[in-house]
Design a protein around this ligand. Structure first.
Ligand SMILES: CC(C)(COP(=O)(O)OP(=O)(O)OC[C@H]1O[C@@H](n2cnc3c(N)ncnc32)[C@H](O)[C@@H]1OP(=O)(O)O)[C@@H](O)C(=O)NCCC(=O)NCCS
Length: 130
């Protein structure tokens, strides 16, 4: 989801564990004091579609609220239709498009749902009423 790995030094990772195994993780990092970004979220393939992704997002958003963060960003591909659905169901709204982000940062062409993944859609959830 991001071009570099520099965010790993100042990020927080929340994980969901069961039966001694990590089933899902979410990685968050501050962009500023008031604005944080979810840098990555993943649920193990065998456990997807059972609410774990939503639960991880909820935990990440609760953590941000506890720290008085005002807005949380998340980015995904133009072709990532289920992720776009999930994030909007959680209250995120589309805000920016970074054109050609994926075409420029990834050597291999990515195709999802029959759609070439070229652009990054950046969504934001603001805790104040919009
Ligand atoms: C994205 C990911 C973390 C979601 O985790 P998950 O545990 O499968 O998600 P959940 O089961 O909690 O929730 C999925 C929600 O999206 C909804 N959804 C998925 N595809 C949808 C579609 N096409 N239309 C409408 N809703 C859709 C589901 O219905 C569900 O919402 P609901 O509970 O209201 O029905 C997981 O699929 C994953 O790890 N994918 C691979 C890595 C990845 O793509 N990470 C994100 C990078 S941007």
């Amino acid at each position: 989801m991001v071009g570099g790995e520099e965010y790993l030094t100042n990020s927080l990772v929340l994980g969901f564990m069961a039966e001694g195994q990590v089933r899902g993780v979410v990685v968050l990092a501050p962009l500023s004091e008031a604005s944080w970004e979810i840098k990555n979220i993943a649920v193990s393939p065998n456990h997807q579609g059972r609410g774990l992704g939503k639960a991880l997002l909820r935990a990440a958003l609760d953590l941000c609220k506890d720290r008085s963060v005002q807005e949380v960003w998340i980015g995904t591909g133009n072709s990532s239709l289920s992720q776009l659905a999930l994030y909007q169901k959680m209250g995120f709204r589309m805000m920016e498009i970074v054109r050609d982000f994926f075409s420029q940062h990834y050597a291999e062409e990515i195709v999802e749902n029959g759609i070439p993944c070229r652009d990054m859609v950046r969504l934001v959830l603001r805790f104040t009423v919009e």
